[in-house]
Design a protein around this ligand. Structure first.
Ligand SMILES: NC(=O)c1ccc[n+]([C@@H]2O[C@H](COP(=O)([O-])OP(=O)(O)OC[C@H]3O[C@@H](n4cnc5c(N)ncnc54)[C@H](O)[C@@H]3O)[C@@H](O)[C@H]2O)c1
Length: 257
């Protein structure tokens, strides 16, 4: 009997950092709905487990499991990768999604905030790749999806640490696309604009700079994650893909005189 689920990512196994809430939880659900098995890895272990349980209940199969992960700790990453392989037999897709943001310029950002942001957003991505690559290289095709930001595509006022980390993610992505292409591992970065999640719930943002005139819902970003996880994107490697309602296309506030 063929028990492989149908869908766009049939039988693929994905590990998603920061999957307990916000975009990570949405990506996990979207991937599972189209045939993947997903390991939801997060500092918030109980919340991660409740997301996994709700996906399993919705789909009526064991499509999701959860594991504690602190992305700043390489050993924690190694345990999360091992737990994924133990639960689902392999690892095909890594979504480096966990991230934080702290405000401040190069003058006002505290050293603590700088270090924490670089440690989670940039070092955490590197550790995840380091831990997952031995498994990913075993498959004919694998995909690493690094979540950057539009702050990793342009300058961003008052976001010195965040922007530096997210640009670093883009550089690590492009370099790794060159390093691992020959092993069948594609590495791409995704650069969301404004998305409605717990991370941004208390930010006062205007939308005039966005041609779409609004923020995205997480599900709108997840469709790009599904595409990059699937073999549909097999020739997409080293790309930095903006998904921002047009926010980085140009100056939307400039008057047409
Ligand atoms: N929301 C936006 O507008 C937006 C825009 C561009 C990029 N992003 C990026 O998208 C990603 C997801 O953002 P979100 O808005 O869903 O955020 P969120 O705060 O809603 O979720 C982030 C998750 O990461 C987890 N996390 C934080 N530190 C961790 C650590 N050390 N180890 C393991 N897990 C940790 C949190 O527990 C949380 O579940 C982040 O990388 C963020 O920088 C967000």
């Amino acid at each position: 009997m063929n028990t492989t689920p149908a869908g766009r990512v049939p039988g693929k196994v994905a590990l998603i950092s920061g999957g307990a809430q916000g975009m990570g939880a949405s990506h996990a659900r979207a991937l599972a709905r189209v045939g993947a098995s997903v390991m939801i890895a997060d500092l918030q272990a109980e919340l991660a487990e409740s997301v996994a349980a709700s996906i399993n209940e919705e789909l009526g199969r064991k499509a999701a499991a959860s594991v504690y992960l602190n992305v700043t700790d390489i050993e924690s990453w190694e345990q999360a990768v091992a737990a994924t392989v133990a639960a689902f037999g392999t690892l095909d897709v890594l979504v480096n999604n966990a991230g934080i943001y702290r405000p401040g310029t190069a003058e006002t950002t505290t050293l603590e905030d700088w270090r924490l942001t670089i440690d989670i957003d940039l070092n955490g991505t590197f550790y995840g790749m380091r831990a997952a690559l031995p498994e990913l290289k075993k498959n004919e095709t694998s995909s690493i999806i690094n979540i950057s930001s539009i702050a990793g595509l342009t300058g961003f006022k008052g976001r010195a640490a965040y922007s530096a980390a997210k640009w670093g993610v883009q550089g690590l992505t492009k370099t790794s696309a060159l390093d691992f292409g020959e092993f069948g591992v594609r590495v791409n970065s995704v650069h969301p604009g404004s998305v409605n999640t717990p991370l941004t719930a208390n930010l006062k943002r205007g939308y005039g700079q966005i041609p779409a005139g609004r923020a995205a819902e997480p599900e709108e970003i997840s469709q790009l994650i599904v595409y990059l996880a699937s073999d549909e994107s097999r020739f997409v490697n080293g790309a930095s893909i903006a998904i921002d309602g047009g926010e980085t296309a140009g100056n939307n506030l400039r008057q047409n005189l």
